[in-house]
Write a protein that binds this ligand. Sequence first.
Ligand code: COA
Length: 322
Amino acid sequence: MTYARITGSGSYLPEKILTNRELEGLLDTTEDWIYTRSGIRERHIAAENEFTCDLAEKAARAALERAGRTPAEVDLVVVATTTPDQVFPSTACLLQNRLGIQGCPAFDVQAVCAGFIYALDVVYRYIRTGGSKCALVVGAETFSRILNWEDRSTCVLFGDGAGAMIVEEATQPGILSSHLHADGSFKDLLCVPIGVSTAHQEMLAGKAYTEMQGKEVFRWAVTALGDAVIEVLEANGVDRGEIDWLVPHQANIRIIQAIARRLDLSMDNVVVTIDRHGNTSAASVPLAFDEAVRDGRIKPGQKIIFEAFGGGFTWGSMLIQT
Ligand code: COA
């Protein structure tokens, strides 16, 4: 049996940090409101000439180095992003070219904040069925570009960044199972209401930015993610007490705390980056994972749950053995 294992991770955050205090000067908001409602103190913002593929490349090179692999050994490139550099080619093709490799499949996955879980699921299934031996999977976003910086109810919540993993075929399990869901009937609760096909009519109406009905999104995220973490435990016959780490999507500290409670997990066993990163959408799970691997909290042989929730709605959970 072929298994899929994460053999290296990397991440990158743009240099510029935007604090809540700085936002106080730009919007009718306070440092305290943002922190108490969301858990965010600051976020990173890409420079004017810095794009999603730039962030993705830095994270990808760091993951390759960690895995001890060269770009030439990669046989599949999957990038999760909601903020691609161009309409096409995909950011995965741009990244493949940056890495100086040709020929292997490269494509983007779009599931907004659940994008990395979706992309990792694709890679997991490719490897399990013999379609890849060494895959590069990246979550990268310049979400700041699709925010209305005059809308205090959304712009304070997001940030830019990238995280990457190398996933390889192995004889021992790494990714134990993966469970994805979507429900398009919630399309209007969290969205950018125009796209390439509709832009010609509405671009001038100032609709190219993220809109969110925060309270409803919050409620659905807590319910869907709570069910998703129980689903992944039950699918593997694993007890709550066997989980070493929760690496959650970082949208709101109160959502993260609610999911930790569903797992009877102390917050000491939850990787939290939201205070420093904000919500980096598809980048948040691999950024958090990489941070905890690099600082030594995540160790070989541990059981970890990944979960994420995003626009669509899309959501999912995975059980990983490091
Ligand atoms: N600063 C100050 N006040 C703000 C504000 C800001 N940045 N943003 C909104 N407010 C105001 C609102 O206008 C509202 O005022 P009103 O009562 O006079 O109408 C008040 O604060 C309370 O807003 P409310 O929506 O009740 O706050 P909340 O406790 O639900 O927290 C969110 C708001 C957005 C932080 C929260 O709903 C949330 O995190 N939702 C889910 C977000 C998410 O997960 N998104 C991504 C999923 S991938």
